[in-house]
Write a protein that binds this ligand. Structure first.
Ligand code: C5P
Length: 290
């Protein structure tokens, strides 16, 4: 049997950091929205060991790769010693703040569980996912979610009525931002480091009530502070998109991807064209219906 799976990405509609924890991680509240722009993965039972191949030459295929680590953790937890062959076709940018690698890991857990007849319950997959990275558990659920803790505590939500019929435009500038770097440099921005709890829940209520105008005013990302300080072009992108028809625009996660919300897919495509005529077409861009 050979499984073919899409591995999507996400944007953070809000990322509100609530301070540094004694364990070095940061307490946060975030609203994560799945985005249907995907890497492609295949899984099959073959050979006698774990074999990972990847279309992207810069990605390692050994234990440094999250997919490899997810597969190893799954096989150990399920006490399976059979061989597995995995291929990752990378379409999404690396280090983009849209969770591409985290999704690859989550899809690996779900797909291997399916391939071997569901030996592990969802709760166990969640535990293994959280051990790999703060954003990984979110991708096990395929739904918008309010995430808390260091991002691994997931409360899934129904699709937001405020986003019905809308579309995303995403742009990755061609350079990535390291997540540890972002969090370390947040220390220089005390206001962004110590956000007030409750903002994410307020945003959820407005999105559920269908009020995108009011919701847009609440969309916020603490990690823009260090990112915009080092890469002012990202702030320029955001301003340009807002001035050229986006209903809102923000950086996602620890960056460097900026996302904009448009009224519909045609408007998102028009925004993409305007963006490219202003900044050139060498960045990675994508539009997709929500
Ligand atoms: O959990 P993940 O592997 O994505 O985290 C990468 C790094 O980002 C952590 O090692 C930590 O430096 C930082 N981080 C953090 N607080 C979070 C999530 C990540 O400080 N809530």
């Amino acid at each position: 049997m050979r499984l073919e799976k899409k591995s999507p990405c996400k944007v953070n509609l809000i990322l509100n950091i609530l301070g540094r924890r004694p364990d070095g991680f940061h307490e946060l509240e975030t609203v994560m929205q799945p985005v249907n722009i995907c890497d492609e993965m295949t899984f099959e039972r073959a050979g006698t060991s774990l074999q990972l191949t990847c279309s992207h030459p810069e990605l390692p295929t050994d234990a440094k790769n999250l997919v490899h680590r997810a597969a190893t953790a799954f096989l150990a937890a399920a006490k399976i010693s059979d061989g597995v062959k995995i291929h990752l076709k990378k379409n999404l940018p690396l280090a983009g703040g849209i969770g591409g690698g985290s999704a690859n890991a989550a899809v690996t857990f779900s797909a291997l569980n399916e391939l071997f007849g569901s030996p592990l319950p969802l709760g166990k997959l969640h535990e293994l996912a959280a051990a790999l990275g703060s954003d990984v558990p979110f991708f096990l659920y395929d739904k918008p979610a309010l995430a808390t803790g260091r991002g691994e505590k997931i409360q899934t939500l129904e699709d937001f009525s405020a986003l019905k019929g809308k579309a995303f435009f995403l742009v990755h500038p061609g350079f990535g931002i390291s997540t540890p770097w972002s969090y370390q440099n947040l220390a220089r921005f005390p206001e962004a480091l110590n956000g007030q709890a409750g903002r994410a829940q307020k945003l959820v209520s407005l999105l559920q009530a269908g009020d995108l105008t009011a919701a847009s005013a609440e969309i916020y990302n603490s990690l823009e502070a260090p990112a915009f300080d080092k890469f002012p072009v990202l702030e320029l992108y955001k301003e340009f998109l807002r001035e050229n028809g986006a209903l809102m625009a923000h950086m996602s996660g620890s960056g460097s991807t900026t996302f904009a919300i448009a009224e519909n897919l045609d408007d998102a495509d028009a925004l993409a064209e305007k963006f490219k005529s202003q900044f050139g077409d060498r960045s990675w861009t994508a539009t997709v219906a929500i």
